[in-house]
Design a protein around this ligand. Structure first.
Ligand SMILES: *Cc1c(COP(=O)(O)O)cnc(C)c1O
Length: 427
């Protein structure tokens, strides 16, 4: 691998995400992106199978988004959101509200998914306090769920895979349950909600797909069951659509398939089409009303420095334009078919325990990946960017990926998984 100089120099100063720095291999230096392609410093080109952690839904460097951001950059890269207003944010809030279920009209902008979830949690808890109801500070969340890496969100992630054990004493206890997906788990869930309702503020779930927790699918009956429980006990139902939003599951948002309205939706990841950090917490009028009062202490006390950054909002508006003018949802359905066909052969490979597809998400689940680092570098050798985690190899390509590129991705997943060497654990 060629070293552009800055890489080994900066290596002594960089701290990588989710990485054991003593053993982490040097990352691949990237100089450019275009569509579904990542150009490395040594001239090699990788086909991106995961759209930069599910953000680049229109592919990289889409000219319409680039133009919108460039124009905004010229006029005003940033302005504080307290006491001042700008068109990109006000237009974006109006457009996002129009995409939400009826009654979810209020948008609070932040700069990352974790913070958007924290704001949702804060709203659900403070709404009770504003009504003079104390002690309802917990959330019901699900095994296999992922909602972020900050302290409040870690506490509602999967208790095994999350960092509960490590930070045990520092995380507030919440109520964790298996997703109610059949008669038995539903009955257990109903009992659990009833027992804890007096201390619960809300229920939080990733609708249809639990992403970072292992790409596990759930269904619309499950989501409707959660809605019914939330209604019965007066709980705030939060749909964390940070992964599922913007066409990933085949509809613009996952809530549309269940045909129910949550009380709060969180968005980030593909919100700006993979251009820059931005997140949104979108709240129903009912829960918003709990903050209206002559009393300033009943206001929502939150306000990130870079709240509603105009560059991010311009990118998000341009991204929404593209959903209106280019048929992304049809593309998602085409990808779904191609993934079903393309990943089907993996079913017969030894070590593969499941192959599943929903929308533009294709998952090959293995019994175990002994040496994930070796597997990752094998994909790079084959010219694709795929990043397996735990026992999962998955594809979440840009919705604009070409048929050829997608077929290549599927073929290489099959070829690499046929090699089998990564099953053995490196000593
Ligand atoms: C990625 C993700 C988050 C956290 O978003 P960050 O921007 O990384 O803080 C929260 N919820 C879900 C469902 C996610 O996929």
């Amino acid at each position: 691998m060629s070293d552009p100089g800055w890489l080994t120099q900066g290596w002594n100063h960089i701290w990588l995400p989710y990485a054991q720095m003593q053993t982490a291999p040097l990352p691949m230096p990237v100089v450019r992106t275009e569509g579904s392609r990542i150009v490395l410093a040594d001239g090699r080109v990788l086909i991106d199978g995961i759209a930069s952690w599910w953000t680049a839904c229109h592919g990289y460097n889409h000219p319409h988004i680039r133009e919108a951001v460039a124009k905004q950059l010229e006029a005003m890269p940033h302005i504080m959101f307290g006491g001042l207003a700008h068109e990109p944010a006000y237009r974006l809030a109006t457009r996002l509200a129009a995409l939400m279920p009826a009654g979810l009209d209020r948008v609070f902008f932040t700069d990352s998914g974790s913070v958007a979830v924290e704001v949702a949690m804060k709203i659900a808890v403070q709404a009770r306090l504003n009504h003079g109801e104390k002690g309802r500070t917990k959330f019901l969340a699900f095994h296999g769920g992922y909602h972020g890496d900050t302290f409040a969100t870690m506490a509602i992630c999967d208790p095994e895979e999350g960092m509960h054990a490590l930070f045990g004493g520092m995380l507030p206890p919440h109520v964790m349950a298996p997703l109610p997906r059949d008669g038995a788990t539903r009955a257990a869930f109903d009992l659990l909600v009833e027992r804890h309702a007096h201390e619960l503020a809300g229920i939080i779930v990733e609708p249809l797909v639990q992403g970072a927790g292992g790409m596990v699918f759930n269904d619309t009956d499950t989501l409707r069951h959660l809605r019914a429980a939330a209604d019965h006990f007066g709980l705030t139902l939060i749909f964390d659509e940070i992964f599922t939003g913007f066409g990933r599951t085949g509809t613009m948002f996952a809530y549309q398939q269940a045909a129910i309205a949550p009380d709060i939706v969180t968005l980030s990841k593909a919100l700006t089409g993979g251009t820059s950090p931005l997140a949104a917490t979108i709240v129903s009028n009912d829960w918003f009303k709990a903050f209206l009062s002559p009393d300033p202490a009943k206001a929502l006390m939150h306000g990130p420095t870079f709240m509603a950054n105009p560059l991010g909002c311009a990118a998000a508006n341009a991204s929404l334009d593209l959903f209106e003018t280019e048929d992304r949802l049809t593309q998602a359905r085409t990808i779904e078919t191609a993934l079903r066909v393309g990943l089907q052969p993996c079913r017969s490979l030894p070590g593969v325990v499941d192959v599943r597809v929903m929308g533009a998400i294709g998952v090959v689940q293995l019994a175990v990946i002994g040496d994930p680092a070796a597997l990752r570098s094998e994909f790079i050798k084959h010219g694709v960017w795929v990043r397996p985690f735990r026992n999962i190899v998955y594809l979440t390509p840009a919705l604009t990926i070409s048929d050829d590129e997608l077929q290549t991705l599927c073929r290489i997943v099959f070829e690499v998984l046929s090699e089998q060497f990564f099953f053995a654990k490196k000593d």
